[in-house]
Write a protein that binds this ligand. Structure first.
Ligand SMILES: *[C@@H]1O[C@H](CO)[C@@H](O)[C@H](O)[C@H]1NC(C)=O
Ligand SMILES: *[C@@H]1O[C@H](CO)[C@@H](O)[C@H](O)[C@H]1NC(C)=O
Ligand SMILES: *[C@@H]1O[C@H](CO)[C@@H](O)[C@H](O)[C@H]1NC(C)=O
Ligand SMILES: *[C@@H]1O[C@H](CO)[C@@H](O)[C@H](O)[C@H]1NC(C)=O
Ligand SMILES: *[C@@H]1O[C@H](CO)[C@@H](O)[C@H](O)[C@H]1NC(C)=O
Ligand SMILES: *[C@@H]1O[C@H](CO)[C@@H](O)[C@H](O)[C@H]1NC(C)=O
Ligand SMILES: *[C@@H]1O[C@H](CO)[C@@H](O)[C@H](O)[C@H]1NC(C)=O
Length: 251
């Protein structure tokens, strides 16, 4: 589905957006074992910061969140992504590291000084795919994200919504890798090229944060595991949660 206002001429832009999707799909998988909804824990990661809710028997089928495109300043072409997702980080069992996620990657461009954006979804281990939108984002745009996939099913959806414009792009998804629905997460991810420095970004706050289970429960992030990005003993982010929001700040 395409934004209403997108013109024929933007087909070119769309395909540029698709082929230009620079996310590598690399991610850290530093632990295994599912976290529990009632345990507040924290952990460190080399590239994920945010909050992750866990449930042992597999029940999340949809995750939503809204965030505002942050400012970024990067001394390299590294970017940061803000996304919501289901599974993906050590869920174990039959699901391993598969993950369904949707979000936006923001790249700084130190040479030309402009900012680039990719809006994408990914059902890992398949590659990220660009949403069919014209890829014109601005700092300060309010972006809604939804991912959904029935537990143990190989179909789902990803949606990105421009809250300011009240328009959405929706992707119907299929995969050979069914999700287990064991974790729901709201993440800022560093898309670091080899040995590149961590970009600076203004705080990202996911609001209206919800995860839905097939049992009919709705969870906020309050009991989620909080994840900070660290580099050795150095904290690169600080994450925190409230009743219905997750905030990730650059340190
Ligand atoms: C998604 O798939 C459903 C079921 O096949 C179909 O009815 C719907 O039109 C599709 N939507 C898009 C946006 O492709
Ligand atoms: C968080 O966990 C506590 C302790 O088990 C529980 O009482 C509370 O309902 C949970 N809160 C949320 C928002 O899930
Ligand atoms: C969202 O809407 C605003 C206001 O119309 C516009 O400036 C911005 O480019 C839109 N963003 C996307 C991703 O379409
Ligand atoms: C998903 O599949 C696993 C393994 O077969 C099973 O244990 C679990 O109950 C299933 N969950 C749902 C919600 O169907
Ligand atoms: C991590 O720390 C090493 C050693 O201090 C440094 O060379 C590297 O640039 C740092 N990486 C990031 C992403 O900050
Ligand atoms: C995270 O990293 C910091 C800095 O190295 C360390 O002090 C802390 O114990 C780590 N936390 C966890 C949960 O591993
Ligand atoms: C890392 O996460 C914890 C949550 O356990 C948070 O309280 C702390 O402030 C974070 N660390 C830093 C250095 O901000």
């Amino acid at each position: 589905m395409r934004f209403n206002s997108v013109l024929i001429s933007s087909f070119l832009l769309v395909s540029v957006g698709l082929t230009d999707c620079r996310r590598t799909g690399r991610r850290s998988r530093p632990y295994s074992g599912v976290e529990w909804l009632t345990n507040v824990r924290s952990r460190n990661s080399s590239n994920w910061a945010g909050a992750e809710l866990g449930i042992d028997n597999g029940a999340f089928y949809s995750v939503i969140g809204t965030f505002t495109i942050p400012e970024i300043s990067s001394p390299s072409s590294s970017g940061v992504s803000a996304w919501v997702g289901i599974d993906g980080d050590g869920a174990g069992g039959t699901c391993g590291d598969r993950v369904l996620q949707a979000g936006v990657t923001i790249y700084g461009d130190p040479v030309n000084g402009h900012i680039e954006y990719d809006a994408w979804y990914e059902w890992f281990p398949a590659n990220a795919v660009g949403f069919e939108i014209s890829n014109f984002f601005s700092v300060g745009d309010v972006i809604g994200l939804v991912v959904g996939a029935p537990v143990n099913s190989t179909y789902g959806l990803a949606m990105i919504e421009n809250r300011t414009k009240k328009q959405a792009a929706i992707a119907n998804l299929s995969s050979t890798y069914a999700l287990c629905g064991q974790t729901a997460e709201w993440i800022v991810e560093a898309s670091l090229e080899d040995d590149e420095p961590f970009p600076n970004f203004s705080p990202v706050t996911f609001t209206d944060v919800r995860a839905y289970t097939i049992g009919g429960q709705t969870y906020g992030p309050q009991n989620a595991t909080i994840i900070n990005i660290t580099n050795g003993s150095e904290y690169l982010t600080s994450a925190s949660v409230s009743e219905d929001s997750v905030t990730i700040e650059h340190v």
